[in-house]
Every structure is written in structure tokens, then in C-alpha cells.
Ligand binder design. Structure first.
Ligand code: CAA
Ligand code: NAD
Length: 291
């Protein structure tokens, strides 16, 4: 597959997980963030996660140290110029993603693959502006070190060679790749996003409390976490952006952002990553917040 150096752009929830698994899988990984503060926060997130893997005896201390040594961190896009693949995991905003890929296009070598981890944008909307034949979607799931799936997405312009390299790369990361068409939401989010939005609509209708809806879906259906815990886990700001993008694409009510979602974003309650969303995450146990 001719991939040894991996660039990861964005070191938030997803970028940190992608960088971690790539380093653990033996790749040299360069991580780019917008400034030193975000870079340090991302670095800490990766360190905490791999230390936890050692504590849980899933990784030896030697393998942790070797993985850590394969990671480097930068705020300069130019430092990714020699990467064989660059995986973008920045905020869900088309203009920002296109500005980034435009800059990378002028810096990276001809054979570098561009990949986006977008949840809801189409790959075409990015690939149309930068090396379309060498552009794929690589959609990972949160938490990246745990979830086995990667959706590998091709557009009508993706070359077979690029697609095969990206597919093999996903396997080399220890993931199970599935082939997905380039439609907004690919496979999983087409089904998962309406489910999360529906839970918010049921809450708006007063069907039951946050906790009881979560308990209902966890204990009644065996889901690992209820929908509001999941919303907080994904990020309320990210879910809102996903919903807007999917609604804009399909114009179907099931993707429309419920007003309550918008209100919670407006209050800056972005979920677990900021300490508050549907729940307050600051204590030992999550406590439901007023909605
Ligand atoms: N990083 C690394 N490992 C983690 C982790 C993290 N952030 N969180 C949990 N783990 C590991 C733990 O170490 C543990 O491993 P062991 O069993 O080997 O010890 C295992 O995962 C289970 O963790 P816990 O016992 O702490 O907690 P849990 O049993 O509640 O599981 C969970 C946590 C794996 C997150 C589980 O609740 C789950 O699967 N939730 C659903 C996640 C989901 O649906 N993700 C998809 C989100 S949507 C998306 O990603 C797409 C999009 O575009 C928005
Ligand atoms: P996040 O808010 O946790 O992190 C985004 C990071 O990107 C921030 O740290 C920000 O500083 C950084 N960033 C913004 N612009 C940048 C730039 N030009 N260069 C470098 N870094 C930049 O978001 P996230 O949850 O990690 O989501 C990232 C992407 O992954 C989004 O496209 C999202 O839709 C997708 N995604 C999210 C999930 C999820 O469950 N959260 C799952 C799958 C895919």
C-alpha cells in the first residue's frame, strides 16, 4: 500500500484516537493542531489513552513507549508535506476543510492520499477542489481505539489504486473496513443520526426524562449507552452540525435539528468534552441537566 508516514489534522476527540491507533500500528504519525494549547490538549488525550491501555494490560509499557516515539506534533501544515496519507479530523465545516485541503494540495507529494473523517459532508464536496482521484473518505467511530469499524468511501473520481491503498491501510490499523458510497451520512450515520435526533424530539414532547430514555434504550435494547449519553459522547456541537448538513442534503424531517439541540449548543453545552451537555460530567456520575 506504500504508506509509512501518516498525517493527522485535528487532535480533538477523533484525531487523537486516529493518531493513537496509527502509531500503535507501527506508522510514523505527524499530528497538526491550530495552536499550542490545542496541541497540548490533544497530546494529553493520546497519552492518557495509551497509559490506560497499559494499566489495563492491553499494551506493554515498551509498546506504549515505541508508539509514543512514532508520534510527532506540530502547528505547521507544511510539516505534513512528506506524509503518504493525510487524514483530516477537524471541525465539521466544509469551508474550513476545503481551505485545509487546498493548502495541503500545494505542499504534499503527488502520491499522497487525502482522506476525510467527516461524519456528514460528502467526500465529493472536498475532492472536487483537490486531487479528486487520490481522495477518499475514512470514517472512524468514537472511541477510535475501541470501535472496530471504518467506512471507506469512494467518489466517482477516486482511482482504484487509491481506494485499494486506503482499504488496506484501514486493515493495517486493525479495523474492519466496509465500502460505502459517497452519500451524506455514508451507512452508519444515515441510521444513527435520526435515532439520536428522535430521542431529543421525544424529550421535547415530554415522553420521559433524559435518564429514563437512556435507561430504556440501554436496558431494553442492550445498547451500550442510551441516546443522550451518546449525544454527549459524540459532541453536541458536532451533532448539530451533522444534523444541519444532512437536513440540507436530504430535506427530510428526520435529519432536521430539533430546537432543543440548537438551544443546548447556544448555551455552550457541547457534551462530555466540555463537561456539560445533556448531563453534567464533572462529578463521579453524570447528572442530567435542565432542558
Ligand atoms: N479510549 C480507549 N479505550 C476506551 C475508551 C477510550 N476513549 N473508552 C472505553 N475504552 C475501552 C475500555 O478500556 C474498556 O476496555 P476493556 O473492556 O478491554 O477493559 C472498554 O473500552 C469498555 O470500556 P468501559 O468498561 O470503561 O465502558 P463501557 O463498557 O461503558 O464501554 C464504550 C465504553 C466502548 C464507549 C461503550 O459504551 C460503547 O460502545 N458506546 C457506544 C459508542 C458508539 O456508539 N460510538 C459511535 C458514535 S457515532 C460515531 O462515531 C460516528 C459519527 O460520525 C458521529
Ligand atoms: P473536536 O471538536 O473534538 O475536534 C476538532 C479539532 O480540530 C479541534 O481540536 C480543533 O482545534 C481542530 N481544528 C480545527 N481546525 C483545524 C485545522 N485547520 N487544522 C488542525 N486542527 C484544526 O471534533 P471531533 O469530534 O474530533 O470531530 C472531528 C471530525 O470527525 C468532524 O468532521 C466530525 O464530524 C468527525 N467525526 C466525529 C465523530 C464523533 O463522534 N465526535 C465520529 C466520527 C467522525
Amino acid at each position: 500500500m506504500n504508506i509509512s508516514k501518516v498525517g493527522v489534522v485535528g487532535c480533538g476527540l477523533m484525531g487523537s484516537g486516529i493518531a493513537e491507533i496509527a502509531a500503535k500500528s507501527g506508522f510514523e504519525v505527524k499530528v497538526r493542531e491550530v495552536n499550542d494549547d490545542f496541541l497540548e490538549a490533544g497530546q494529553k488525550r493520546i497519552r492518557k489513552s495509551i497509559d490506560r491501555a497499559v494499566d489495563k494490560e492491553k499494551l506493554t509499557a515498551e509498546d506504549r513507549d515505541a508508539a509514543w516515539a512514532r508520534l510527532s506534533f506540530t502547528t505547521k501544515v507544511a510539516d505534513l508535506a512528506d506524509c503518504d496519507i493525510v487524514i483530516e479530523a477537524i471541525v465539521e465545516d466544509l469551508d474550513m476543510k476545503n481551505a485545509l485541503f487546498g493548502e495541503l494540495d500545494g505542499l504534499c507529494g503527488e502520491s499522497t492520499i487525502f482522506a476525510s473523517n467527516t461524519s456528514s459532508l460528502t467526500i465529493t464536496d472536498m475532492a472536487a477542489h483537490a486531487r479528486a482521484d487520490r481522495f477518499v473518505g475514512l470514517h472512524f467511530f468514537n472511541p477510535v481505539p475501541v470501535m472496530k469499524l471504518v467506512e471507506v468511501v469512494r467518489t466517482i473520481a477516486t482511482s482504484d489504486e487509491t481506494y485499494d491503498r486506503a482499504f488496506e491501510f484501514s486493515k493495517a490499523l486493525g479495523k474492519v473496513p466496509i465500502a460505502a458510497k459517497d452519500n451524506s451520512g455514508f451507512v452508519v450515520n444515515l441510521l444513527l443520526v435520526p435515532y439520536m435526533l428522535d430521542a431529543i424530539r421525544q424529550l421535547e414532547r415530554g415522553v420521559a426524562s433524559i435518564e429514563d430514555i437512556d435507561t430504556g434504550m440501554a436496558l431494553g435494547c442492550g445498547y451500550p449507552m442510551g441516546p443522550f449519553t451518546l449525544c454527549d459522547f459524540v459532541g453536541i456541537d458536532t451533532l448539530y452540525k451533522i444534523s444541519e448538513i444532512m437536513f440540507d442534503e436530504y430535506r427530510e424531517e428526520r435529519y432536521a435539528p430539533p430546537p432543543l439541540l440548537k438551544r443546548i449548543v447556544a448555551m455552550g453545552r457541547y457534551g462530555r468534552k466540555t463537561g456539560q451537555g445533556f448531563y453534567d460530567w464533572s462529578g463521579e456520575k453524570p447528572v442530567p441537566l435542565p432542558v
